[in-house]
Design a protein around this ligand. Structure first.
Ligand code: NDP
Length: 396
């Protein structure tokens, strides 16, 4: 029975809070804090079976985070605010000696660049403090890391290639909207593509490599090579991997809107003077776009996210695909969220439960693939993300 501080009150947080309340054997009391307290209150009002409190916090300020921790005394802080807040929340956890978990790696606000080095640099301090940080416990990163670790443990002596495929075949009925925070999403997809091959990362122009992937339960969808953070940790922790790529589907409508927004400068992240006031075009665009948490009510269709691995087992070549299919409308019925928030929020809750029950133990900063995948894989279906396997067939 543990108290948890959850920071952030957006689409993912809504799912995390409801799932923690469903898992009341582990989560006994929640403090939900975010920049806008009324958003915390809106989520909290539906939680009846465990005590939940709300607060306002500017999580860019480590002292504010530490003060909340001191006051509430949680055993774990779950960060489902934005990647910009990762380091200040980690600092707050260090100051008060409390475990930390997030779903996306740190990214500085003024540069669209993400990598693990900033958070990995906290390892010795977390170790010295006798606490753990679990990084990237969403779906991708998160489940994708656990799927890879599971494949390695059970089906491969040596992995040669890893392809992570992320398909959203849903329809939210909006001309243009992003399924998670618009600023973070647009920064991610407008970066150069990057993949790992033969010991190094290689860059390609944004969206320049794509292919059709035949997704189970969904069918063929054009999938675009992007850089995603779990590639960095997976090739570090499973160094035998020769090639690792990440693919995501986009509809033509989304790509056309994105190109126009880029062409007219609306995705810029440098300040622009407008009528005597400095504005950042992407921040302004975010204010105009639908909140990801608001997309759920009319969303139809499915997501399919998984990992394809090739390599060898007992000297024989092996190909393996492990994946989850999630239905937007079913998610909305259960937790008032679309499937992208749902598939992220469920592993956040379960990652936290792994720490709080001592199933995953460590001192320092860790990625998901560093722990035994079996208990996670055994539990995740029960919480809403069942997985399936395909043997001996290449989908990518
Ligand atoms: P939202 O934009 O819906 O929610 C973000 C929340 O963080 C908002 O409530 C926002 O408050 C709050 N916030 C922002 N800045 C601060 C601050 N300085 N102090 C306190 N609170 C703050 O995003 P999502 O819920 O879609 O995403 C949450 C996280 O999950 C992101 O880091 C995202 O990258 C990650 N993610 C990970 C995925 C995975 O598979 N691993 C997939 C999808 C998302 P306000 O509303 O007041 O602005």
């Amino acid at each position: 029975m543990s108290k948890v501080l959850i920071i952030g009150a957006g689409g993912v947080s809504n799912v995390v809070v409801r799932k923690c309340a469903q898992n009341s054997k582990v989560y006994s009391e929640i403090l939900l804090a975010s920049r806008t307290q009324s958003k915390c209150d809106a989520i909290a009002k539906d939680i009846k079976n465990i005590p939940i409190h709300t607060a306002s916090v500017n999580a860019d300020n480590a002292n504010e985070v530490a003060a909340l921790i001191r006051d509430f005394k949680p055993e774990l802080v779950i960060n489902v605010a934005l990647p910009y807040q990762d380091l200040s929340i980690m600092d707050g956890c260090l100051a008060e000696g409390v475990h930390y978990l997030d779903a996306a790696n740190y990214e500085p606000k003024d540069k669209a660049h993400f990598e693990y080095s900033w958070q990995w640099a906290y390892h010795d301090r977390f170790k010295k403090a006798g606490i753990m940080a679990l990084l990237g416990s969403g779906f991708d990163p998160g489940m994708s890391n656990v799927y890879t670790a599971y494949a390695k443990k059970h089906y491969f002596d040596k992995i040669d290639t890893l392809d992570i495929v992320d398909c959203n075949a849903g329809n939210h009925g909006q001309a243009f909207a992003t399924n998670f925070n618009p600023e973070i999403n647009i920064r991610e997809v407008t970066q150069k593509g990057k993949f790992y091959k033969d010991g190094a990362f290689h860059e390609i122009p944004p969206m320049s490599e794509h292919k059709s992937v035949d997704y189970p339960s969904v069918g063929p969808r054009e999938s675009y090579l992007l850089f995603h953070e779990e590639l960095e940790s997976l090739v570090k922790h499973i160094p035998e991997i020769k090639q690792a790529k990440f693919w995501m589907t986009f509809g033509q409508e989304y790509l056309t809107h994105l190109r126009v927004l880029q062409d007219v400068g609306m995705t810029r992240i440098d300040p622009v003077n407008f009528k005597g006031q400095e504005i950042i075009p992407l921040e302004f665009l975010k204010a105009l776009l639908p909140e990801p948490g608001s997309l759920g009510s009319h969303y139809t269709g499915k997501t399919c996210i998984g990992c394809q691995l090739t390599g060898t087992k007992d000297g024989e070549p092996n190909t393996y695909f492990v994946y989850n299919v999630c239905d937007h409308a079913e998610c909305y019925k259960e937790v008032k969220a679309q499937a992208v928030s749902y598939t992220t929020g469920v592993p956040v809750m379960l990652g936290g439960a792994m720490i709080l029950t001592g199933t995953w133990k460590g001192e320092g900063v860790f990625n998901m693939e560093e722990f035994d995948p079996d208990p996670f894989m055994a539990e995740i279906g029960k919480w809403g993300l069942p997985w399936q396997e395909i043997f001996g067939q290449k989908l990518v």
